[in-house]
Design a protein around this ligand. Sequence first.
Ligand code: ZN
Length: 367
Amino acid sequence: MKRTLQWSAAFVAGTLLPLGLVGTAATAAPAPSIAPQSERSLVELPAKDALEGAVAPSECGATLLDGYIDQLFADMSDVQFAFLVAHQDALLAVPTYDALFFGTAGDPDYALDSHAAQLRNTYRDLQRFWDIESDDIQLMAMHSDSLLDATRIARTLEAMVDTGELPFMSDAAIATEAQTVATFMQAQDAAFQDNPLWTLNAYAFSAEGETDPIIAALPDKLVFGDGILAAYDAIGLGDVGPRVIMAHEFAHHVQFELGTFDNGPSDPAEATRRTELMADAMASYYATHKRGLALNSKRVTDALLSFYTVGDCSFASPGHHGTPLQRERAADWGADLAAAAQPRSLVLPAERVIELFEEDLAEIISG
Ligand SMILES: [Zn+2]
């Protein structure tokens, strides 16, 4: 089944938490148990992978963002961390799914705030750069304040249950969980209320091919979380990172438009790796091209690799994005294609870029 919601933010599954904090958190929360993400969800939740890594540290490779994410966990009190473990489905998913199910581009609750002008300009520039129909994509933000509002939490959990994103919960259980989370969040300091982990995400969504009536009715979206923007600012990539992520997410919309998801390998892990590496290549092509952002290719690759590494340790997972080496090769491939443009201002049709990428994919993933 094709993954309609192409997620972006991903970071490494092996985020480490200082062992001492794991110990105390384990005491505070009787049985910290992090449910693995389901086989196929509408949106991947990178913070969920990070939480898994925090509770059971793994040996996965590190990215520029790891230290930043470690610190977000370390800065929580034991009570906060225990609450997060116990209510992870709400804290790590509600802002994402609230925007997916209820966000609209014109609603002030979903207005871009951080990096707003930069994101809007890049979005318009991408619409000009790629020769596809993109007027119908809604660009919006997701903020963590949905977690302060029991009504918003409840409607989001209900929609997640109705669409199978969460196992069954009764209306009463949903209402209780929503009230518990909203009440706890309202009593926390700003650092916890606005923790980047709740919105450490950016994703492209298209309902094309979906049969669930709730999902099929949703418009095309490109959603940016405040958390991913804060993370890039914190690691010194606030200038390049958000624009490159935008380019990667926009590439997924190009893929939706051209039916690229429909003609890939049948193995879900291989299929995801193909479309993710292709999105990296297209992001790099745009970001380094003279008619695109004309950015330095090393910085573009740093920005891509720091974030889109969710699959590093899960090569058979449907969420696998490719190894860091494969991703670097894909990004280099896009930069080389841009550098080879004759004349320099020539932008290839999206269909042609994809075709050329397919020809070289075997080499990009070799070894
Ligand atoms: Zn992606």
